[in-house]
Design a protein around this ligand. Structure first.
Ligand code: BG6
Ligand code: MG
Length: 215
């Protein structure tokens, strides 16, 4: 079936905010004396703020009250948001800006499908708050990735049936959500992380739209 819309994840696909999310969680983990490293962080990619905290804390989360959990999430977000101040339009991941241009040049709809509630801040820092035909972010749906909701909502925003959408994702949870949504899944990253996708590239710069649209 012809692809008519491309839905892109934001963090780790368009810009390297996945690294800032890692540093924010690492800072919090160090504050709380919880072990955390880059390998453990891979499981947090694409995962909502609360679910990330639950993964990070493991069973220890049971010792925290709801108020304390809210404070932990707010603290990590403050660490993260402070790092966003340094983002400029020069901070697209290699090939990301060119990919966005190519999607539009081919007459396809283009949308964001991100779990992040900081999506608009990041897009504004990159200088593209108005570029997309639809923005589906952490405020639009209740069920986070790996649920398909964030992508299905994006498809609705751009008026394209799910079977004619393709999703570009760097997270295992995002690839899973795209597959459950019945969309073409394009994974960015290693086989162990995004190998279930229909197409896989090591980096955003290597995404080959020609190859994907040919299918
Ligand atoms: C996803 C990131 O895009 O958004 C996750 O991959 C992050 O790492 C999630 O936890 C939620 O982001 P935020 O900005 O709402 O805390
Ligand atoms: Mg991501």
């Amino acid at each position: 079936m012809t692809i008519k819309a491309i839905i892109l994840d934001l963090d780790g696909v368009i810009t390297d905010t996945a690294e800032y999310h890692y540093r924010g969680w690492k800072h919090l983990a160090d504050d709380e004396g919880v072990p955390f490293d880059r390998e453990a962080n891979d499981a947090l990619r694409g995962v909502s703020r609360r679910a990330s905290l639950e993964l990070l804390m493991g069973e220890a989360i049971a010792r925290y009250s709801e108020e304390q959990i809210q404070e932990l999430m707010a603290r990590k977000n403050a660490y993260y948001v402070a790092m966003l101040d340094s983002i400029t339009p020069a901070d697209f991941l290699p090939g990301a800006w060119e990919l966005l241009q190519e999607i539009k040049a081919r007459g396809l709809k283009v949308a964001i499908g991100s779990a992040s509630r900081n999506t608009m801040t990041v897009l504004t820092r990159l200088g593209i708050p108005d570029f997309f035909d639809g923005i589906s972010d952490g405020y639009g749906v209740v069920r986070a990735k790996p649920a398909p909701d964030v992508f299905v909502y994006a498809a609705g925003l751009v008026g394209v049936p799910v079977a004619q959408c393709a999703v570009i994702e760097d997270a295992e949870s995002g690839v899973e959500g795209a597959l459950v949504a019945g969309m073409v899944a394009i994974g960015i990253g290693p086989e162990e992380r995004v190998g279930k996708a229909h197409f896989r590239y090591d980096t955003t710069a290597q995404v080959n739209l020609e190859e994907i649209l040919r299918e």
